[in-house]
Design a protein around this ligand. Structure first.
Ligand SMILES: *Cc1c(COP(=O)(O)O)cnc(C)c1O
Length: 429
C-alpha cells in the first residue's frame, strides 16, 4: 500500500500493531481502541492509569486452544499453567474453569492457587530451594506432584511427608536455549535440576525411598524460545535416561511482542512436542506441559497516561507507569511495540519512558508513534506475562489494577494499591 498522508501512515501502522493485540481488538473511528468491546479511553476514565487490561475472552480461548492442540494429538496430556507468569487468583480461577492444572513454584503461589479454588491434586510444586514449611504445606494437602530439584529435596520429603508423595525429577538436559541469559534454564551449569550425568544416581536414590513414588521426569529449558527444535532436543535428551510413564516438558514457548518477531502458533508447538514424544518416548506416556508466558502474554495490554513530553537531544514521552509495573523491558531488554491514542495526525520517533528515578526506566526506546500530548493514552500490548508478577513499589508507586474485559463489559480483578496498603507493613514509632 502507498502511504500518502501522515494520517494514512498512522492507520497502516496501527493496523499492523493491532495484530499484536488480543484477537477481539478494534480501532474505532475517533482514534480509540476497543478490546473485547471495551473502549480503552472509557477504561482509563473508569479505572485510572496505569492499568493492566486483560481480554478475558482471549484468555479463555488461549486455555482452550492449548488443551485442544495437545489432546487432539496426545489425549493423555495435562496443561499446567505456570502460575508465576500471572500469579493472580482471578487469572488462575478463570484458567481453572477452562480445565487447566497449575504449576506453583513456592508455598505462597500454592496458597494463591488454593484461594482461587484450585484443588491441590491439580498442582505441582517446583523450586530449587524448597523449605521445610513449603514441603509440609503441600504434602499435608495432597499435592499432585512435587518436582524434585536436588537431593536436599529428597532428604526433606523423606523426613517430613507422612504419606507417600508422588514426585517427578527435574533434569537439566544440557540445552543452551537461545534466549536471554536470565531466562535460560536448561544448560549445564543452570541452578535448576540435576545434570544428565547425575540423573541416574538421583533416580536410584529416589526409588529407594518408600516415602516417594517417582512417576516421571521433568525438564524446562527456558523462556521466550522461538526455535521449536530446541524442544525436540529436550525430548531426545530425556529419552537417554531410564524410562517412565510420565514426562513433564516444562514451558518456554515464545510470545510475539513486536511485528518483527515471528508468529509462533500453539498448534506448531504441540505438533513438534508431541511428534518428538511419539518418536523418542512412545505413545503410551502421560504428558504434561507448563506454558506460562505463551498462555497470558498476548491477552494483556498496559494502559498509561502521558505526563510530560520533553524535546531535546532525544524526545522523551513520559507516562505515569514504567519499571514499577513492567520490569520486562529493563530487566530482560524485552522489546515492546506501543501505541498512542492521541489526536495529532503526525508520527514521530521518541523514547517512551517511565516516571521512576532511574535512567534505565525506559519502556520502549525509539518508538515510532503518533505525536504525543500531555493527557494522551499510551498503550503497550503483550504485557499479560510476568508484568503483574514483577510489579513493585519503586518510588512508592501503587501497583496497578487488573481489569478483565469481555463482550463489552469490564470488571475489576485486582484493585489498585492504596497508601494504606503501602503503609500497612510499616511499624510506625
Ligand atoms: C517459568 C517456568 C515455566 C513457564 O515458562 P514460560 O516461559 O513462561 O512458558 C514452566 N515451568 C517451569 C519449571 C518454570 O520455572
Amino acid at each position: 500500500m502507498t502511504i500518502t498522508s501522515p494520517a494514512e501512515l498512522v492507520r497502516a501502522r496501527l493496523d499492523a500493531d493491532l495484530e499484536l493485540f488480543p484477537a477481539g481488538t478494534r480501532r474505532t473511528a475517533d482514534g480509540d481502541i476497543s478490546i473485547s468491546g471495551c473502549s480503552l479511553r472509557a477504561l482509563a476514565d473508569e479505572y485510572g492509569t496505569p492499568a493492566l487490561i486483560i481480554d478475558e475472552a482471549a484468555l479463555r480461548a488461549r486455555a482452550a486452544e492449548f488443551l485442544r492442540a495437545f489432546r487432539t494429538r496426545h489425549a493423555a496430556t495435562d496443561i499446567h499453567f505456570a502460575s508465576k507468569a500471572f500469579p493472580s487468583a482471578a487469572v488462575l480461577g478463570v484458567l481453572a474453569e477452562e480445565g487447566l492444572n497449575f504449576d506453583v513454584a513456592s508455598g505462597n503461589e500454592f496458597s494463591v492457587a488454593r484461594a482461587a479454588g484450585v484443588d491441590p491434586s491439580r498442582m505441582l510444586l517446583h523450586g530449587n530451594a524448597k523449605t521445610d514449611e513449603e514441603i509440609r504445606l503441600v504434602t499435608s494437602s495432597g499435592i499432585g506432584h512435587i518436582v524434585i530439584d536436588n537431593l536436599d529435596d529428597v532428604e526433606r520429603i523423606a523426613r517430613i511427608a507422612t504419606t507417600q508423595v508422588p514426585v517427578l525429577l527435574r533434569v537439566t538436559p544440557g540445552i543452551d536455549a537461545q534466549t536471554h541469559e536470565a531466562t535460560a534454564t536448561g544448560h549445564n551449569g543452570s541452578k535448576f535440576g540435576v545434570s544428565m550425568e547425575d540423573a541416574p544416581a538421583a533416580i536410584e536414590r529416589i526409588q529407594s525411598e518408600p516415602s516417594m513414588r517417582l512417576d516421571g521426569l521433568h525438564a524446562h529449558i527456558g523462556s521466550q524460545i522461538f526455535e521449536l527444535k530446541q524442544f525436540q532436543q529436550e525430548v531426545a535428551a530425556l529419552s537417554e535416561l531410564p524410562r517412565f510413564p510420565l514426562y513433564d516438558l516444562g514451558g518456554g514457548l515464545a510470545s510475539r511482542y513486536t511485528s518483527e518477531d515471528p508468529s509462533v502458533s500453539i498448534d506448531d508447538y504441540a505438533q513438534v512436542l508431541v511428534s518428538a514424544v511419539h518418536e523418542h518416548l512412545g505413545h503410551d506416556v502421560r504428558l504434561m506441559v507448563e506454558p506460562g508466558r505463551s498462555m497470558v502474554a498476548s491477552t494483556g495490554v498496559s494502559l498509561y497516561r502521558v505526563v510530560t513530553v520533553k524535546r531535546g537531544h532525544r524526545t522523551h514521552v513520559a507516562v505515569d507507569g514504567g519499571m514499577g509495573d513492567n520490569l520486562e523491558a529493563s530487566l530482560y531488554g524485552q522489546r515492546f511495540q506501543p501505541w498512542l491514542l492521541g489526536t495529532d495526525p503526525r508520527v514521530e520517533t521518541y523514547d517512551l519512558v517511565g516516571h521512576h528515578c532511574e535512567s534505565g526506566d525506559v519502556l520502549v526506546r525509539d518508538a515510532v508513534m503518533p505525536t504525543a500530548s500531555i493527557g494522551d493514552l499510551a498503550v503497550v500490548p503483550v504485557t499479560g506475562a510476568y508484568t503483574f508478577t514483577m510489579s513493585n513499589n519503586y518510588n512508592a508507586a501503587f501497583r496497578p489494577p487488573v481489569v478483565f474485559c469481555t463482550d463489552g463489559t469490564s470488571r475489576l480483578a485486582v484493585r489498585r494499591e492504596t497508601m494504606s496498603d503501602l503503609l500497612a507493613r510499616e511499624v510506625l514509632l
